[in-house]
Design a protein around this ligand. Structure first.
Ligand SMILES: Cc1cc2nc3c(=O)[nH]c(=O)nc-3n(C[C@H](O)[C@H](O)[C@H](O)COP(=O)(O)O)c2cc1C
Length: 204
């Protein structure tokens, strides 16, 4: 079984964290290690009708954000890597600077030092230069910067369509395939590039 660490922070969009876990559960081949910050508990309450117990129940193991001695804080713990979704500016900056005083930033730092994959679903807008500089630093040291920006070519109808498409693309980063959204050119209703050009030419 593969292992993936999911970090959920207090940026808006807690739904990204729990949809990722629901998708991994339906895929069924990945052990989920969850660490959720205190602020994420607050945003969850404000944004969602589900509670923390439900989110915890999706993980195979839940680690407390202050437990710096948890398994995931060591490089000897094997995993495919980590997704932080949603990722706050605070946690992103901590990871970029190597401030590893809590378990989310420590686990993320460990994943990078072991040359495993870290995907950071940063959630803030607009961004000032300080944010951009920290994101640049994080990209330089190996993280994948993955703002959950919606795609519209697949004609999303619901909030879930939008969220699921981003989550699917995050899991793609780990070679975990969950087809929860149409992929460009691969399904009915999503034209291949050639078809699109043909239909444009036809109308011209
Ligand atoms: C409703 C709500 C929405 C928030 N949205 C964001 C956000 O989108 N991005 C962000 O960086 N911080 C956001 N914050 C602020 C973070 O929760 C705050 O900076 C917190 O200290 C982050 O801590 P953490 O990274 O340990 O979870 C939001 C706070 C609340 C209450």
């Amino acid at each position: 079984m593969k292992r993936l660490i999911i970090g959920v922070t207090g940026a808006t969009g807690t739904i990204y964290g729990w949809r990722l876990m629901e998708m991994l559960r339906s895929e069924g081949d990945t052990e989920i290690h969850l660490v959720m910050s205190q602020s994420a508990g607050l945003t969850l309450k404000m944004e969602c009708d589900i509670d923390r117990d439900y989110i915890y129940s999706l993980a195979h193991e839940v680690h407390q954000p202050g437990n710096i001695g948890a398994s995931i804080s060591s490089g000897s713990f094997h995993s495919e890597g980590m997704v932080v979704a949603p990722c706050s500016i605070k946690t992103m900056s901590n990871i970029a600077m190597g401030n590893t005083g809590d378990l989310i930033s420590r686990a993320a730092d460990v994943v990078m030092k072991e040359r495993r994959k870290l995907v950071v679903a940063i959630r803030e807008t607009p961004l000032h230069l300080g944010h951009l500089e920290n994101l640049t630093r994080l990209a330089r040291i190996g993280a994948v910067i993955f703002p959950p920006v919606p795609a519209f070519y697949n004609r999303p109808k619901t909030l879930e369509d939008i969220v699921d498409q981003s989550c699917m693309r995050m899991l793609d980063q780990f070679g975990i395939t969950v087809d929860t959204a149409p992929r460009w050119g691969e399904r009915d209703g999503v034209p291949a590039v050639g078809q699109t050009l043909e239909s444009i030419k036809g109308k011209a």
